[in-house]
Design a protein around this ligand. Structure first.
Ligand code: MN
Length: 287
């Protein structure tokens, strides 16, 4: 099942090039009072939401995907976790290019660990990336992203995929520079998620997916998640060794080679096999 959020926060079921408006399924989410649970409500109740979506499908209003504004498929991820230098060819390009490495000793993800991106950096493909720091390189990074479905901690590798609710495309937009990743990758609009969530049952092997990204029609990145240094299960094992993972947590699995600068007015097209493809615009001005 492909689920999207669109327009003012409506829930959609994606079928082919159409979105079916199944927003009444959101009514089964609990009405809450402070303090709120640290989880994304939609993802925490995904099995019940899916049942409701199937019941609503028949009478749902159908619109072309191209006619709606796509938001992040996860509204309130407790954490957005990033994986640095997780493709061999990206490590190689980072070692060669001081515009990426900025003096860092580019070793391995096992040395560096993971990093967190701010939740306020999150947008969907129907919104716009707005660049900051025009004095710096602002790069695209195309990634497979996964969404955690259930609270878990210290997950064994063999059990890891059971904790995934679904997959989506993640763009880890990055200001290059000497600072830590959590600073340079947490700018407003620098985490793009979507165009929708594909539930995990439709992605039997997340470690064998083609992914690609083009800017203004020019192919910049093309690889396959087989090239991941630490695969999807390995990333869940690593993240959950340090953090309790919550429903709605997002793990961006790392970028392949070909990262490069984007500028105001660019059109970015990203694709991940089994998920889909979508376009996001870079706004015309710097923030
Ligand atoms: Mn990245």
């Amino acid at each position: 099942m492909k689920l999207c959020r669109f327009d003012s926060g409506r829930l959609g079921l994606v079928e082919g090039s159409d979105v079916l408006d199944v927003s009444p399924a959101l009514d089964l989410l609990p009405a809450l009072r402070y303090p709120l649970p640290q989880e994304d409500l939609l993802i925490a109740h995904l099995p019940a939401v899916r049942s409701a979506v199937l019941q609503l499908r028949q009478g749902a209003v159908r619109r072309p995907v191209s006619a709606v504004r796509l938001l992040s498929p996860v509204a309130n991820p407790p954490k957005i976790i990033g994986a640095p230098i997780n493709y061999r060819a990206h490590i190689d390009e980072s070692v060669k290019d001081q515009g990426i490495a900025h003096g860092r000793n580019v070793t391995s993800i096992h040395d560096w660990g993971l990093f967190l991106k701010s939740s306020t950096s999150l947008i969907g493909f129907g919104e716009q990336i707005v660049l900051r720091r025009p004095d710096r390189r602002n790069d695209h990074e195309c990634e497979l992203a996964l969404v955690i479905g259930a609270r878990c901690s210290k997950v064994a590798r063999a059990d890891a995929l059971r904790h995934v609710a679904g997959y989506t495309i993640g763009l880890d937009i990055t200001v290059r520079g000497p600072e830590f990743q959590c600073w340079r990758k947490s700018v407003d609009t620098y985490s793009v998620l979507g165009p929708w969530l594909v539930t995990a049952d439709e992605v039997p092997d997340p470690d064998a997916l083609d992914l690609s990204l083009s800017v203004n029609g020019e192919l910049r990145q093309a690889s396959n998640t087989r090239q991941l240094v630490l695969d999807v299960a390995g990333l869940i094992e690593m993240a959950s060794a340090m953090y309790t993972l919550m429903p709605g947590d997002v793990i961006m699995t790392g970028t392949p080679a070909g990262v490069g600068p984007i500028k105001p007015g660019d059109t970015i097209r990203a694709a991940v096999q089994g998920v889909g493809e979508a376009v996001v615009q870079v706004g015309e001005h710097y923030a």
